[in-house]
Ligand binder design. Structure first.
Ligand code: UTP
Length: 239
């Protein structure tokens, strides 16, 4: 099974704890050992926000801020590369073809951000689309997609399953509302919808959750399932 995993910076490195990074690397190694072809996109998290905040006060424009953010995603990606050792690409790929080529060579193919004006949510969706991934997993700090922001609305309820177009409909109003935190950004949702990519949004804090979600489709987050899509053959034993 070909899988692209997006690991938020706030999940991989909320602080610089080598044990935490090693635990995420172990989970990825489990998946690779089980035969998964793996692409991984790493986010910037708190360190991105710190750099962006400081540079904003210094008068940097949005593109400059995004370039700082991209730099931090690649720093975090290098932490994961350090933990994965020879299984991983030597450095974070800066283009999709480069990342796809690494996947073909059998490496765990790691990327950070790519270009200003988006987040790594969209990078992960585009990577998944570029390599015809069977599954795209967002290992985030949110435990799925809700019908309203659960940090604001106590009665917000989580979707167990939804279609990509429903995901676009949920994320669209959030993208207009500054400060609202969408589980994945609008561009990512549109790419998932356009390409019909089976996706999962889950709380990635515990790396073991990723293993169960990828190998067995078992998790407590949200499945985003295109109309008419079957389950990956690995889950149904048809391999
Ligand atoms: P992230 O994808 O990490 O954003 O990119 P995030 O929403 O903070 O996600 P978490 O916390 O890691 O889960 C960090 C910043 O890097 C820039 C943007 O400024 C983004 O806010 N970036 C990232 C880009 O400009 N382009 C990219 O392709 C990726």
């Amino acid at each position: 099974m070909r899988v692209v995993v997006s690991i938020g910076g706030s999940v991989l490195a909320p602080d610089l704890d080598p044990d935490r990074v090693a635990a995420h690397a172990d989970a990825l190694e489990r998946l690779a050992a089980d035969g998964c072809e793996l692409g991984v996109v790493v986010g910037g998290g708190g360190i991105a926000r710190e750099y962006i905040g400081a540079a904003r006060e210094l008068g940097a424009n949005e593109v400059q801020l995004d370039r700082l953010g991209i730099g931090t995603t690649r720093l975090n990606a290098r932490l994961l590369i350090a933990a994965l050792g020879e299984r991983a690409t030597l450095s974070p790929a800066e283009e999709y073809d480069e990342a796809a080529a690494a996947l073909r060579r059998g490496e765990v193919s790691i990327m950070g951000g790519v270009m200003p004006g988006q987040t790594t949510d969209a990078v992960a969706a585009a990577f998944a689309e570029a390599v015809d991934a069977d599954l795209l997993v967002y290992a985030t700090s949110a435990d799925g997609v809700y019908d309203a922001d659960p940090n604001v609305h106590d009665d917000a309820s989580q979707y167990a399953e939804m279609t990509p177009s429903e995901l676009v409909d949920i994320v669209l109003p959030m993208s207009r509302n500054a400060g609202a935190s969408a589980p994945v950004d609008l561009l990512a949702a549109k790419l998932i919808d356009r390409a019909g990519i089976r996706s999962v949004v889950l709380d990635g804090t515990d790396p073991a959750v990723l293993v169960d979600a990828v190998l067995r489709g078992e998790h407590t987050g949200t499945d985003v399932v295109p109309d008419g899509a079957g389950e990956p053959s690995d889950w149904t034993g048809e391999r």
